[in-house]
Write a protein that binds this ligand. Sequence first.
Ligand code: ADE
Length: 275
Amino acid sequence: MQIKVGIIGGTGLDNNRELIEQRTEIVIDTAYGSVPVIEGVISGVNCVLLARHGKSHNVMPSNVNYRGNIMALKILGCTHVIATTATGSLKQEIAPGSIVILNDAIDRTKNRVSTFYDGSDLFPGVCHLPMSPLMDEKTRQIIIDTAKELGIEVFKDGTAVCIEGPRFSTKAESNMFRSWGCDLVNMTIVPEVVLAKEQGLLYASIAMATDYDCWRENTDGRVCVEEVMATFKNNVEKVTKIILGVIPNIAKLDWTETIQDLNSLITGSVMLPDQ
Ligand code: ADE
């Protein structure tokens, strides 16, 4: 089966147009609003580039059009989503600049629609989709193996707590997340990963630690946007290299069964109203 990869660029990677060849800028009309994307090709594989926070990073995490973004990728025929995300580190060993291939999350968001099955006619029924495993394991493994091939060090798993934002955490919150065993804190992984799964898209996320959040003693303990952006800029090349290596490696495998399995999971998770 033919694959197509949606690449969701987070903070620092939202304008990385160099990633993709034969670029065409288009706007996809979805039931959730219009979504600008760039279609193109990476190593002969069809890809779609989407800036999560808008082209000029002017959409805050709570206002990201998560459903529109995922639906645009679905309409364009994507089979996979590789997302990038800036995160705060909650562990000493995950120094700023480190890359973590996320495998789990804790949801602390408050104001986001996190399902397509919201009672509308578009997606009838109630969808109780299992969230373990959260990401597509096969895609995650390809990312880990590709980074190894390229000699780029990554943490092979990590749990991110997703906060509502746009403010950063308090020290008490940051320490609570650490006590929960979280490795990273970010503002966007939920509901993006959930919505992608509902649409049968194989999703994996490359997280970059951009700061130590505010839990560390004997530091001024502040996170600032400037630091987040500077760390991302200095390390963006690593993320770009991994993505460029991952796409052809995804294309080498047959995904028919993986996609069928996910679709069966979705069908089995939707409770339809009595006819
Ligand atoms: N994104 C980057 N750094 C972050 C932090 N410390 N908290 C939440 N989201 C972030």
